[in-house]
Design a protein around this ligand. Structure first.
Ligand code: PEP
Length: 250
């Protein structure tokens, strides 16, 4: 069935020397091989992740990329760069990219298509703001994001991707959506994928919850039928906590 997947999003944390320490500490941990584990690190730490994690089961990836392969795009990294260091994932459409850096669905869609064209697994983030949640518009918001972000993505590709439902009000705030609310939205997203594609495809897509996931709440979240994993910010910055998240079934 769907393999559980726990991915750390380090965001803009860990200088290369700190990253080296954390990557080595994570590498030392005994991790449940039945759970896919990965880290998405700052661009400057990607080569280190590639070197240090080589030969382990721990996957890694970027937190963003541009859709073009190369050229005059100052400050960006490309899918070819991620390919060259054998990255597995790329996070796309994180709410911080959308809100702070003004990324729109049209751009995110180009990035999703480019990730697939370069054999990278997109971790596509979606989720509503507090205002939208209070107005009961979470489904509407997520539907418009996913429909736009997956435009022209074929069925054979979509089943390989990861979708991360991350309510913005729960990211880095310590407020977790209740396991029932998170499950309701992940189930909604699966039904949406079934509507856009087929039920079979929807059954294969892995859907993560993200928003203040920590060792204390991971079990309850992961017990839900439609929650296949977690995208984790803060708690992924400590090797012990990251290992506890990956080993939530033990
Ligand atoms: C995230 O960065 O995607 C995230 C969910 O962060 P946190 O776990 O810190 O809320």
């Amino acid at each position: 069935m769907r393999k559980p997947v726990i991915v750390g999003n380090w965001k803009m944390n860990k200088t290369p020397s700190q990253a080296k320490e954390l990557l080595n500490a994570i590498k030392e941990k005994e991790l449940d091989s039945e759970v896919e584990a990965g880290v998405c690190v700052p661009a400057i730490d990607l080569t280190l992740a590639s070197e240090i994690l080589e030969g382990t089961n721990i996957k890694f990836g970027g937190q963003n990329m541009y859709f073009e392969e190369e050229g005059a795009f100052t400050g960006e990294i490309s899918p070819l760069m991620l390919n060259d260091i054998k990255a597995n994932y790329v996070i796309l459409g994180h709410s911080e990219r959308r809100d702070i850096f003004g990324e729109c669905d049209k751009l995110i869609n180009k990035k999703v298509l480019s990730a697939f064209a370069h054999d990278l697994t997109p971790i596509l983030c979606c989720g509503e703001s507090l205002e939208e949640r209070e107005a009961n518009k979470q489904e509407e918001k997520v539907k418009s994001q996913i429909t736009a972000d997956l435009k022209d993505v074929s069925e054979d590709l979509v089943e390989k991707m990861i979708i991360a439902y991350e309510p913005i009000w729960a990211i880095g705030t310590g407020k977790t959506a209740s396991a029932d609310d998170a499950e309701a939205m992940c189930a909604y997203i699966r039904n949406l994928v079934a509507d856009l594609y087929t039920k079979e495809t929807a059954e294969k897509v892995r859907i993560q919850y993200g928003g203040s996931v920590k060792p204390a709440n991971v079990k309850e979240l992961m017990a839900k039928e439609n929650i296949d994993g977690a995208l984790v910010g803060g708690a992924s910055l400590k090797a012990d906590d990251f290992a506890a998240l990956v080993n939530h079934r033990k």
